[in-house]
Design a protein around this ligand. Structure first.
Ligand code: PXP
Length: 253
């Protein structure tokens, strides 16, 4: 499994102090060294979400990262004409289309690919015409995976938020949905990625999901980086990804 690190929250911290004065030389923390540390630690990509309200990543960040990063740039974006025009100029390696709602703290659900086919089709075509691979961030549900395939997406990113927030049997049930969606997506020729709410503990359980190529992880890595530094936080996540979950022991009643 490969790791894309979402560095939005490095920008969140900068914006908390410098949103109105980004031109100042002391506006920190800087995104470029954060991305470089992720790459040095072995991340295979850098992910950013350019939101309509620009609450963290700014347009200039995206363009500076585009020229600085050495791995690949994955741009998460809502399906709006404004952000699409920027994406076509930016030329990230990949775009992940996500639902976006101004009130949310983070991306809440998956994209309703099945319900929005007509609106998504021209965007996906425009991104493909610009040479950008396209992923759809969808719930692990058969109708959404089918729609992603019909729409000609290259990848799906399966939303792991419900799995991450569940415990015990409920988490197992969510994992079953993710597994089934991964098998379905792979069978349809889609690359299978996953993301949202993945942390150093629950990541091991994703070993039981077949065909998983890449994880996109942000909050837990940036949180750990406050204590360990970014490079070590990414290395520790890569180590956690390489360690399968020990098989559950059967305890007779
Ligand atoms: N993948 C997508 C599509 C997202 O929107 C996000 C959150 O920005 C993530 C992954 C990363 O989620 P987290 O910050 O919970 O690791």
């Amino acid at each position: 499994m490969k790791l894309g690190v979402n560095i939005d929250h490095v920008a969140t911290l900068r914006q908390a102090r410098y949103a109105g004065s980004l031109h100042l030389p002391n506006a920190e923390p800087l995104l470029l060294p954060a991305a470089a540390a992720c790459e040095l630690a072995g991340a295979t990509g850098i992910t950013i979400h350019l939101r309509a309200d620009r609450r963290h990543i700014q347009d200039q960040d995206a363009f500076e990262l585009r020229s600085a990063i050495r791995t690949k740039l994955n741009l998460e974006m809502g399906n709006t004409p404004e952000i699409l025009a920027i994406a076509v100029r930016l030329r990230p390696d990949e775009v992940c289309l996500v639902p976006e709602n101004r009130q949310e703290i983070t991306t809440e659900g998956g994209l309703d690919a099945a319900g929005q086919e007509a609106a998504l089709m021209p965007t996906i075509r425009a991104l493909h015409a610009a040479g950008i691979r396209v992923s759809l961030f969808v719930e692990p549900a058969p109708v959404q995976v089918e729609a992603a395939s019909r729409l000609g997406a290259d990848m799906v990113e399966l939303h792991t938020g419900a799995f991450a927030n569940a415990a015990g049997l409920a988490a197992d049930a969510e994992l079953d949905r993710i597994r089934a969606a991964a098998i379905q997506a792979h069978g349809l020729g889609l690359q299978v990625n996953a993301g949202h709410g993945i942390n150093y503990e629950n990541v091991a359980q994703l070993h039981s999901v077949p065909h998983l190529e890449e994880l996109n992880i942000g909050h837990s890595i940036v949180s750990r980086a406050l204590f360990t530094g970014m490079e070590r936080a990414v290395k520790e996540m890569l180590a956690a990804m390489a360690r399968p979950h020990p098989a559950r022991m059967f305890i007779p009643a």
